[in-house]
Design a protein around this ligand. Structure first.
Ligand SMILES: [Zn+2]
Length: 281
């Protein structure tokens, strides 16, 4: 099962101090989101792939036509918070308010309930497990905010490399982790964003084609064609937004010849949830 997702945010939604939590600044910056998401949407239609789009609420508010278009094309619309603040920088009540704000705009625009969530920067972890209960309270049933292999602080358990269930008093969330391949004592996520862009097609095929479960995650910046000029020319940004972007779609088209990519909703329906690992908080 290979799941296709994209976190829909703009190039300035980073954790760099110049832009982090600075929505007052974001308004005046040129957006590259629409152009890149349109290209990505054309690519998915051409290759008959359905994906889950985790929208940042702030961006969804400014691109409502695009949110609606993707939803009407049969893609799943999920939430990626409203202000792109890491969970570790939020108190539970602020997290609840931010998530609700994102869900409100997405549900208003699509007319459908939003049941999938991804935290900014995959920032869910052992210190922010309180977030799962709040997500459930807000109607979220599926989450994809954890990296496999990270410690969960549950009897020293670590996040499994396949979908599992997190539950607690009165709630139950289906978790779809991001999986890395062990490398030099760390983990390398061939299936996502910059890791995917810098890896050769040969290596990606070798590592991913036969994996029983894989979570792919991209951003509009991963297929940026460079036509809209960004206003930040620091080396960090040039590297982050240019390296490998021209080959992303070609690599995915090649993988698509061998892999049936699905969105989170379709994956959810295929899994026998009674047989997966369960974690009680
Ligand atoms: Zn993000």
């Amino acid at each position: 099962m290979h799941i296709m997702t994209v976190d829909v945010e703009d190039w300035f939604h980073t954790f760099d101090s110049r832009y982090y939590n600075r929505s007052d600044k974001w308004r005046s910056l040129p957006s590259t989101l629409e152009r890149n998401v349109e290209r990505w949407s054309d690519f998915l239609s051409e290759h008959q792939i359905k994906a889950t789009f985790f929208w940042l609420g702030w961006s969804a508010k400014r691109h409502q036509r695009l949110v609606r278009k993707l939803s009407e094309a049969g893609h799943e619309i999920g939430a990626h918070s409203y202000h792109h603040i890491k969970l570790s920088d939020l108190k539970p009540d602020d997290f609840r308010r931010d998530t609700r704000q994102a869900l409100n705009i997405l549900e208003d625009v699509t007319g459908k309930p939003v049941t999938s969530y991804r935290a900014p920067g995959f920032s869910a972890g052992k210190d922010t497990l309180w977030a799962f209960e709040i997500l459930s309270e807000l109607g979220i049933q599926k989450d994809s905010s954890l990296f496999a292999g990270r410690r969960l602080n549950l009897n020293h358990s670590v996040v499994p490399s396949e979908p599992f269930v997190v539950s607690g008093g009165g709630f139950r969330i289906k978790e779809f982790p991001v999986v890395g391949i062990p490398l030099f004592g760390g983990s390398f996520n061939y299936s996502g964003s910059g890791y995917f862009r810098i890896s050769s097609l040969h290596l990606i095929k070798k590592r991913l084609l036969h994996a029983p479960y894989m979570m792919y995650y991209f951003h509009p910046r991963d297929f940026d064609d460079g036509k809209v000029k960004k206003t930040d020319e620091r080396l960090f940004f040039r590297l982050r937004y240019k390296v490998g972007t021209k080959k992303t779609l070609h690599k995915l088209a090649t993988l698509n010849q061998k892999i049936d990519f699905v969105d989170l909703e379709t994956a959810d329906a295929k899994i026998q949830w009674k047989k997966v690992k369960q974690f009680r908080l």
